[in-house]
Design a protein around this ligand. Sequence first.
Ligand code: CA
Length: 231
Amino acid sequence: MEDVTGQGTVLIVEDEPSITDILEITLKFHGFRTYAAATCREAEELARTHHPDLLLLDVMLPDGSGWQVCRTLRAERDDLAVIFLTARDASSDIVGGLAMGGDDYITKPFKVDEVLARVRAVLRRSRRDQAPQTVLRHADLEMNEATHTVRRAGQPVDLTPTEFRVLWHLVQHADRIVTKDELLRQVWEYEFPGSTVVETYISYLRRKLDALGPPLIVTRRGLGYTVESPR
Ligand code: CA
């Protein structure tokens, strides 16, 4: 869109000017277009005007929290990548933030090189997610959307259409927490609060997939599920 450099557009949301400055200088030097906001309100305005690819989002802002900004903007655009900048390191905050739609987080104080590496990694991942795909590969798993076939370790896995859609969504978003609500919306296309249908399908999938290799779908208690990349 507005991206003339090919690197991407980053909106920095941070109320500490020295942090904003160092991030802007670094990202611009490496070919990113940047915008900077110091409040939630400004962040939402700039995001709607300039359509950034990624938000570097401070959690504690003068007029509210970065979590809220993330939730609001991701509800409008689910292709917006978000990395939280957080001084807190309480894992519940971090997991909460990731469940709220963040793609990654960086704890302050940070090294700018680390920020740059994370920005590139998250953008690479979100571009891959947006690209039309008919074949998904993850470790020893291969899914073909056109033929609706699945193989694990070379062995065919017979999935129902719904099982296929659940697994496709999880693998497409590998390495992040996929909540049960998200699966309900994406696979069943409606809200079905309190439903145990997701758990049921996850257990069907596990029965079929885990017969052919190590456990693939990790339960994140109270949050959802993750398919993790092999280390
Ligand atoms: Ca702050």
